[in-house]
Design a binder for this molecule. Structure first.
Ligand code: CAA
Length: 240
């Protein structure tokens, strides 16, 4: 049977392209989403990819969702931790709530979801995990102390877990997208975004498909020797 992939935040933006890319590569795919029922229904209707609603920052909700998916569809063999939010503000306006929301959703979720699938993957002696980091976790970004910390944390998390998974053929890698043409990036003030694009050697925003191609590559059965790595897909904006 085709391998089962779960993509958090998998029905919008980069996540939607990842879900569709994995499906096109022959995977069975389940997408998670946080709240937008209409968008999820439309996505399932259009792609045939089922969606499941839960909050990735809630540990118990992650355990319950993974258990449900595995009961209905079998073991999750590919996990893509893609769900993420921004709460951008300069430090003087950055509230504790904005800090917690971003750390819990973007970084806490990686722990929650990996914990939920880890024992099964270890017993099966196969797993592919891809965590979606960010160029801003590598290089930092003004107005994103919370987001850069969470994304930077993802890169350390990936390298540590990769060392633990290696003995059981579980690979754990990260992708660090640059600025990709999604709703999240379109929310950046136009003048700020213009300056950012001017610093991208490739001269354009990325597409969600640019990122999805990396996920398909890293989750292939043949990618067995790639683990603990970060694939930067950023148009040359930051060479790390
Ligand atoms: N260096 C230092 N100070 C700067 C500055 C710079 N480059 N640019 C602006 N400032 C200062 C201004 O002079 C101003 O200072 P004064 O008030 O003393 O004059 C101050 O910063 C502006 O502060 P405000 O809090 O009033 O700013 P704001 O409310 O207008 O907006 C912001 C701040 C929300 C951070 C806004 O600039 C912003 O959204 N920036 C974009 C952040 C960004 O790139 N986010 C990426 C989102 S996409 C993503 O995250 C995906 C991914 O992985 C790549």
């Amino acid at each position: 049977m085709a391998r089962l992939a779960m993509v958090t935040g998998g029905q919008r933006g980069i996540g939607a392209a990842i879900s569709e890319g994995l499906k096109a590569a022959g995977r069975r795919v389940i997408a998670s989403y946080a709240g937008n029922d209409a968008a999820a229904a439309e996505f399932t209707e259009r792609t045939g990819i089922p969606c499941i609603k839960f909050d990735v920052s809630d540990f118990d909700a992650c355990l319950a969702a993974v258990a449900k998916v595995q009961e209905e569809h079998g073991p999750i063999e590919i996990l893509v931790n893609n769900a993420g939010i921004t709460r951008d503000a300069m430090m003087r306006k950055l509230t504790r709530q904005m800090w917690d929301d971003v750390i819990d959703t973007n970084l806490g979720s990686c722990y929650n979801m990996c914990k939920a699938v880890w024992d099964n993957m270890s017993a099966a002696k196969f797993g592919r995990i891809v965590n979606i980091g960010s160029v801003n976790g590598q290089a930092g970004q003004l107005g994103q102390v919370n987001y850069a910390a969470a994304k930077s944390g993802i890169h350390g998390f990936t390298k540590a877990l990769a060392q633990e998974g290696a003995r059981n053929q579980i690979t754990v890698n990260a992708i660090a997208p640059g600025y990709v043409d999604t709703e999240m990036v379109r929310a950046v003030p136009a003048d700020v975004l213009e300056k950012i694009i001017a610093r991208i050697p490739r001269g354009r925003l990325g597409t969600a498909q640019d990122i999805a191609r990396g996920v398909v590559f890293l989750t292939a059965d043949e990618a067995d020797f790639i683990t603990g790595s970060t694939l930067s897909i950023n148009g040359g904006q930051h060479m790390y």
